[in-house]
Design a protein around this ligand. Structure first.
Ligand SMILES: C[S@@+](CC[C@H](N)C(=O)[O-])C[C@H]1O[C@@H](n2cnc3c(N)ncnc32)[C@H](O)[C@@H]1O
Length: 291
C-alpha cells in the first residue's frame, strides 16, 4: 500500500510531461511510466496574488473561481506534494476516517470534493458496495480516473459536481465524506445542508480538515512550517505560480474554528458530533450522525 501511494505521484512527476521531460531526459530513462502532462501553469496569472491573501480569502465572492483555477494548476503534482509535505501522514489520516465510518458492507459512500481520489480509493478498499467521487475541478478528476482499479476494491464512479448543489437524490447515501474540501467551498454551511439532505437515516458524515494546534509551541512550529517552508518547496515541486501553497496556510488560519464547525453541523441537523484530533491537532476528523 505504502509503495503504491508514493509510486503514482512520483511517476507523474518524473515521467512523460514531468520534470525530466522538461530537461529532455524522460524518454530513455522512464519509458514505461503512465503519467499525464502537467498543466501549463507557468504563464497563467496567479489564482491568488499576495494582495488577495493579505485578507480573509473565505469572504471573497470570487473564492470558488479562484479555488478551481488553483486546483486545475496543481492537479498533476497534488498527490506528491501531499505525501512529501505531510511526511506520508495524509494517507494515515484518510485511513483513520475510513475506520471511523465503521462497517461499510453494502453501503453507498459519497466522497465530495474528492480531488484526485485518495479518500474515495481508501473507502473502496474497505468493503462498501459502491463509492462515488464528486469534485468541481475536472483536472483533479482526470487524475482520479487514471487510478488503476485495485483487487478487492468496489467500483468507484467519478463525476463533476458542486458540493453546494449535489445532483444526488435525498436520503440515498449511507456515508458522506469530505477531506480537506470544506474549507475550500464557497459556502460551507450550504454544503453541510446538502450532505444532511442526501444522507439516509442513520447515515454518517465524515469531515477531515486542517486545524490550528491548541498548544502554542506546536502551533508556532506548525505556522513556521506551513507559512515559510512548505510554500517554497511545494511550489517548486508543482512548478506553481497559482499561489496555492500560500493560500493553504492562510485559508486554514482564517477558516471556521473547530467549535464553529461543530455548531454548523448541529445547525444543519446533525446530531452526536464527535471531533477526533490527529497529529497534535494539525488535522481533525469530525464524525456527525443523522438520527
Ligand atoms: C484540497 S483538495 C482535497 C482533495 C481530496 N479530498 C483529498 O483528500 O486530497 C480540495 C478539493 O475540493 C474541491 N472543491 C472545492 N470546492 C468545491 C465545491 N464547491 N464542490 C466540489 N468540489 C469542490 C477542489 O476542486 C479540490 O479538488
Amino acid at each position: 500500500m505504502a509503495s503504491t501511494n508514493y509510486w503514482r505521484p512520483l511517476a507523474r512527476f518524473f515521467g512523460p510531461g514531468g520534470i525530466l521531460d522538461m530537461a529532455g531526459l524522460s524518454g530513455p530513462i522512464l519509458p514505461q511510466m503512465a503519467t499525464s502532462s502537467p498543466p501549463d501553469n507557468q504563464s497563467s496569472t496567479p489564482a491568488w496574488s499576495s494582495d488577495d491573501l493579505s485578507s480573509d480569502p473565505h469572504v471573497r465572492e470570487d473564492k470558488a473561481g479562484k479555488v478551481q483555477k488553483m486546483f486545475a494548476a496543481i492537479a498533476g503534482s497534488y498527490d506528491l506534494n501531499n505525501r512529501v509535505h505531510s511526511f506520508g501522514l495524509d494517507q494515515r489520516w484518510r485511513r483513520k476516517v475510513v475506520r471511523l465510518a465503521g462497517d461499510l458492507s453494502g453501503k453507498h459512500v459519497l466522497d465530495v470534493a474528492c480531488g484526485t481520489g485518495d479518500l474515495a480509493e481508501a473507502f473502496a478498499a474497505s468493503g462498501p458496495e459502491h463509492v462515488e467521487g464528486i469534485d468541481f475541478t475536472p483536472e483533479m478528476l482526470d487524475i482520479a480516473r487514471e487510478r488503476p482499479s485495485r483487487p478487492h476494491s468496489c467500483p468507484i464512479s467519478w463525476r463533476v459536481g458542486d458540493a453546494m448543489d449535489l445532483d444526488v437524490p435525498s436520503q440515498s447515501v449511507d456515508v458522506v465524506s469530505i477531506a480537506f474540501g470544506l474549507r475550500n467551498v464557497l459556502e460551507p454551511e450550504k454544503a453541510l445542508s446538502e450532505f444532511r439532505r442526501v444522507l439516509r437515516p442513520d447515515g454518517k458524515l465524515l469531515i477531515l480538515e486542517f486545524s490550528e494546534p491548541s498548544n502554542p509551541f506546536i502551533r508556532g512550529c506548525n505556522r513556521l512550517y506551513t507559512n515559510h517552508i512548505m510554500p517554497v518547496t511545494a511550489s517548486l515541486i508543482a512548478r506553481d505560480r497559482s499561489g496555492a501553497y500560500r493560500y493553504l496556510p492562510k485559508s486554514v488560519e482564517t477558516f471556521l474554528s473547530r467549535a464553529s464547525i461543530e455548531s454548523a453541523l448541529v445547525a444543519s441537523g446533525f446530531s452526536k458530533v464527535t471531533q477526533i484530533p490527529m497529529t497534535f491537532g494539525v488535522c481533525v476528523a469530525y464524525l456527525a450522525q443523522v438520527d
